[in-house]
Design a protein around this ligand. Structure first.
Ligand code: AHN
Ligand code: ZN
Length: 335
């Protein structure tokens, strides 16, 4: 090997090294490894907008099944989804409550990019509980709940997500389902009855008879009571059992986006909620984002849960933002 050849080899090795360094340095920030990493622009979730959709529902009064407020609010939700460019489907039927009361059920489904086979499912319940049976004052136990947090908050966040999707298409099709008759479970003042199966009637119905035959989604996320001040969303037990990879993905995005305080990476309790029929009957991996308050006197779901105080006064835009922005980070990073 002469001196010239050695010079060329040294130069070649040097340029390869240089190219590698430039290559690493120029990779888009925040992208996980892999040469096909893509730059994603995640839109900013507007908490004021979400808040106004929560207030819009609460203004109808308690959306208890078979009531006027329920009918009117259902129409409002359909109209909002259509305004955001979703294809809207409704499942209307009569379901029997635990005590035999026939309830006019209405599941409301808004779909984006119907032709896309890659899909995500996002859901929340929109009905209100007929009884404030966890209120500290027994006189209120037969008063319906306003459901600002318990119902309206999750729906409000998803309406804002729908508005964002209309402005910027994610890579996947999205289905948003507002489940009805989640909260008609056996009241505490009738605790001689078994409450098994009395909750989540709308999601049980949808999971047995989806709005589309052979419906499938990569995964699903349920929001429940996502508007309370200082809420902490621990990792819910069934979500960990059925969809731990989705839990890790969502909690990871929350921490990366700066909302770690709302999403402790620790295990919470098990909750009977709309994610159970989705996991067990529809067999789509589904997680539940639901608060678990360690310092609440009245309920682990927070002080206003199933009380007459579940109103707009206790809805916090910062919590809506933490959950909504986390959701957008997840949605727009799927490919
Ligand atoms: C039970 O209390 C069994 N499940 C809570 C589900 C729920 C009620 N979510 C909102 N309201
Ligand atoms: Zn409830």
């Amino acid at each position: 090997m002469n001196r010239h050849t050695i010079q060329i080899l040294v130069w070649a090795a040097f340029s390869i090294l240089l190219t590698c360094c430039v290559g690493v340095g120029s990779k888009p920030a925040g992208q996980a490894g892999g040469s096909n990493a893509r730059v994603v622009n995640v839109p900013a979730f507007d908490a004021d907008s979400a808040y106004s959709y929560v207030a819009g529902q609460v203004a109808f009064g308690p959306r208890v099944p078979n009531s006027e407020a329920h009918r009117e609010c259902g129409d409002y939700l359909v109209q909002q989804l259509k305004r955001f460019g979703a294809q809207v489907d409704e499942q209307c039927d009569v379901v029997d409550a635990f005590d035999g009361t026939p309830l006019q059920m209405r599941n409301i489904i808004g779909s984006f990019q119907l032709g896309n086979r890659k899909r995500l499912l996002l859901c929340a319940h929109w009905d209100c509980r007929p009884w404030a049976d966890n209120d500290p004052d027994e006189k209120n136990h037969h008063t319906p709940v306003n459901g600002a947090n318990d119902g309206a908050s999750g729906v409000g966040v998803l309406l804002e997500v729908a508005r964002q999707i209309q402005q910027q298409q994610p890579a996947l099709g999205v289905d948003i389902i507002f489940f009805d008759v989640e909260d008609y479970g056996v009241p505490q003042f009738m605790n001689e009855l078994s409450s098994e199966g009395s909750w989540c009637l709308g999601s049980q119905y949808w999971a047995r008879t989806p709005h589309v035959t052979d419906y499938n989604a990569r995964f699903a996320i349920l929001l429940d009571m996502v508007g309370g001040k200082g809420a902490t969303f621990y990792k819910e037990g069934f979500s960990e059992e059925y969809a731990s990879a989705i839990v890790d993905k969502v909690w990871g995005k929350a921490h990366a986006a700066g909302y770690g305080n709302y999403f402790p990476k620790q295990r919470g309790g098990y909750v009977t909620d709309d994610h159970l029929p989705i996991n067990r009957i529809a067999r789509i991996p589904c997680i539940d984002i639901i608060p678990m308050m360690t310092d609440s006197e009245l309920s682990s779901f927070g002080d206003t849960w199933h009380t007459v105080n579940d109103n707009m006064e206790h809805i916090d835009r910062s919590t809506l933002k933490a959950v909504g922005q986390t959701l957008l980070e997840v949605i727009y990073n799927e490919e």
